[in-house]
Design a protein around this ligand. Structure first.
Ligand code: ZN
Length: 321
């Protein structure tokens, strides 16, 4: 027995039971009229219209009918899986593959493993990334006076850049915040690493009572005064931990960046700028739901599927990335 031998990866009816147990954990909600815990009927044995491929029609798994508004629905309605045409078993396999691989999985590899077309794999992977996007920005990091590490990194190359290739101006900038106490992170695609790109994010996401940890870069020095403490290390002088206070460093966020950069280099070689935020969501999700935070592969898949509720997506075509 392996994780992948679970019935919901192979049996479409079981796949719907799995999805329902997560989407309707607190009782069935009719997506049409919004009734919670109302009368709902199972419509078993209903088939889709006959087609060339299946002259008798396909069984419509997980089909329900609302006793209040008389409309039909399944647990997929209102989720990122709603308009996907692949079997739910394959989509759940894809969730598992994406959340359990440390650096991610390319659409080409997903297409080979699931035996689906490249385009379908690409769309599916972006649907799942959207599910992984965190909507919870309620609690600022460092509440209670904990340490929050902040750093920026640069990847890839802007498509329309024709200027000087020295420095970082032609690359995509990414800002990450790590709350050392909770082990949680937040990742942002920023226009550039100037004070005006970074300060609003820092102010909105970090508590004033936090210990703010950065390197010596100029754009952090003024805003650093707004926090209870500002710890800096001088990377230019190869100083990565403060020798008088070893809790002053940004090694945690740099460790997160190194996984991200290896993944983006090895698996997602071409990432269009307008998709970067979804890749960031994927890395943020895996980082926040990692083993060190007490989340195993099975639980990580459940957490990802929970994120599919209430996130519909429309897509641009699968160009680079
Ligand atoms: Zn209804």
């Amino acid at each position: 027995m392996s994780v992948l031998s679970s019935p919901h990866f192979h049996d479409e009816a079981k796949a719907f039971e799995y999805l329902e147990s997560i989407v309707w954990a607190d009782g069935i909600v009719c997506p049409h009229c919004g009734v919670i815990g109302g009368r709902v009927y199972d419509l078993s044995g209903v088939r889709s219209k006959a087609s060339g491929k299946s002259p008798e029609g396909k069984v419509r798994h997980g089909l329900k009918k609302c006793g209040e508004c008389r409309k039909q629905f399944t647990a997929k309605v209102g989720t990122v899986f709603e308009h996907a045409r692949l079997p739910l078993t394959k989509m759940l396999q894809a969730v598992h593959l994406i959340v359990s691989s440390k650096k991610g999985i390319s659409a080409h590899q997903l297409s080979r493993v699931l035996e689906v077309q490249y385009k379908s794999a690409w769309f599916l992977a972006h649907r799942i990334r959207e599910a992984m996007r965190s909507g919870d920005l309620a609690t600022p990091f460092g509440s209670g006076g904990g340490a929050v590490e902040v750093d920026e990194t640069y990847i890839g190359k802007k498509a329309d850049y024709n200027g000087n290739r020295r420095g970082y101006g032609h690359k995509h900038a990414v800002l990450a915040l790590v709350d050392r106490d909770s082990g949680q992170s937040r990742w942002f695609h920023i226009d550039n690493s100037r004070a005006k790109d970074i300060h609003p994010i820092v102010r909105a996401n970090i508590s004033r009572e936090a210990r703010f940890m950065t390197d010596e870069a100029k754009m952090y020095s003024r805003i650093g005064k707004e926090f209870a403490e500002h710890g800096t290390t001088t990377h230019a002088a190869f100083q990565y931990v403060d020798l008088n206070d070893r809790t002053i460093h940004t090694n945690t966020v740099e460790g997160a960046f190194s996984i991200f950069k290896r993944g983006m280099r090895g698996v997602y070689q071409h990432c269009a700028e307008h998709h970067l935020h979804r890749y960031l969501a994927e890395f943020e999700f895996r980082y926040n739901n990692r083993i060190a935070n007490g989340v195993d592969d099975r639980q990580r898949a459940v957490n990802a599927v929970q994120g599919i509720v209430g996130k519909r997506l429309t897509y641009q075509q699968p160009d680079a990335g």
